[in-house]
Write a protein that binds this ligand. Structure first.
Ligand code: GLY
Length: 374
């Protein structure tokens, strides 16, 4: 049987060897994807893009693992650049956790800098301000001011709740905790289906809070099972359990995990949607990387035999990624390949920054080199 620890240490060594060079040649950038193998830069393209915190998080993970200054410098630069979001109401949405947990919150935990604390609290206040009290959900995207999306909530938001849990710990103001848990309770009721799969988008009437309908969102269609959404649900409910110790969230995380594990294809590589047509082979490696992080955290919440069950599933996903979807050469900046934003996008299967971020988070969880972000 494979020695898991040795295997993870080998992958970690290859990550660190590659990223030392990539981080040095990517100074000043906030990458989303690659162009001809080279990281692009979203600083001017769209500083409010929801993925702009992941490069900073990747840098902090690598700094924690190696102590090398280039990672810290890059991470600090990302955090500062994100300030422009805080002056742009239209650029702020439910994804504030993704932007400020891996940047300002990590920096604050490591260095106790009041500026980082201030940034993260401003972001948490904005996130809390998106709460709809009658529907008990956090509003997802903005619209053009016509209110057409005022009733939309999405499963991804579960991963942003840790910003509110952090703000509660930091300020002792229970409103942050109340909003986070009310949203999680609503997600449990309306997003998670009987079989453990999850809807991507649920629309409520923003005036009455009543359920209206679901949408397929970034997945194949209504009632389908967008794999990254399943992964956000899995990891998100584990995190809500870790922050609140409410057993119901742990039970939901297990149901979502069981559904995910049951649907892993023979080759261990994850499609864009578990219910996409059988003649469609489109993949999304980010779903595998995110789900493996969630499964490893879930395993750590449980006793045997469940502990080994979820840990083995995480290792199966990570092993398949490492064998078939990771590029450790210095010729291209990204590591993880075949990532997909949404099923109906024109472009599929390319490099996306959070694929790399969650792969590194997962591998460093196994080696013990990582920092807990969420
Ligand atoms: N949170 C958006 C996505 O997962 O694509």
């Amino acid at each position: 049987m494979m020695d898991e620890r040795k295997w993870a240490e080998g992958v970690s060594a290859r990550i660190k060897e590659k990223m030392r060079t990539v981080a040095a040649r990517s100074r000043g950038k906030i990458p989303f994807t690659t162009v001809d193998g080279v990281f692009d830069d979203w600083t001017e393209k769209n500083i409010c893009w929801w993925t702009n915190g992941f490069w900073g998080g990747e840098m902090w993970q690598l700094y924690h693992a190696t102590g090398e200054g280039v990672y810290r410098e890059n991470a600090l630069m990302v955090e500062e650049k994100l300030d422009r979001n805080l002056m742009n109401a239209q650029g702020m949405d439910h994804d504030s956790g993704f932007k400020w947990m891996p940047t300002a919150v990590v920096n604050y935990r490591l260095h106790h800098d009041g500026v980082s604390r201030n940034r993260a609290l401003l972001a948490a206040n904005d996130l809390a301000g998106r709460f709809n009290p009658v529907g008990r959900f956090i509003r997802a995207w903005n619209d053009d001011g016509d209110g057409s999306k005022a009733g939309w909530a999405i499963i991804d938001c579960m991963m942003n709740l840790p910003l509110l849990y952090w703000a509660y710990q930091e300020t002792s103001d229970p409103r942050y905790l109340q909003i986070a848990t009310m949203h999680a309770d609503t997600a449990q009721k309306y997003f998670i289906r009987e079989d453990g799969s999850a809807n991507h988008i649920v629309e409520f009437d923003p005036a009455t809070g009543e359920f209206v309908r679901t949408y397929g969102g970034q997945g194949y269609g209504v009632g389908s099972s967008w794999t990254r959404g399943q992964a956000w649900a899995l990891y998100g409910f584990v995190l809500s359990y870790l922050h609140t110790k409410k057993e119901g969230y742990l039970g939901t995380a297990k149901r979502v995990a069981n559904y995910f594990i049951t649907n892993i294809p023979e080759n261990g590589l994850i499609p864009v949607d578990f219910r996409q047509p059988s003649d469609c082979a489109l993949e999304d490696s980010t779903a595998a990387a995110i789900a493996s992080c969630g499964l490893l955290e879930l395993a750590d919440c449980l006793e045997e035999p469940e502990r080994s069950l979820y840990r083995r599933a995480a290792l199966r996903l990570l092993y398949a990624l490492e064998q078939g979807r990771c590029n450790f050469s210095l010729d291209q900046d990204n590591i993880v390949e075949k990532c997909t934003g949404a099923f109906h996008d024109k472009k599929h299967e390319y490099a996306i920054i959070y694929g790399d971020y969650f792969l590194i988070e997962a591998i460093f969880k196994l080696t013990g080199e990582g920092i807990f972000v969420w």
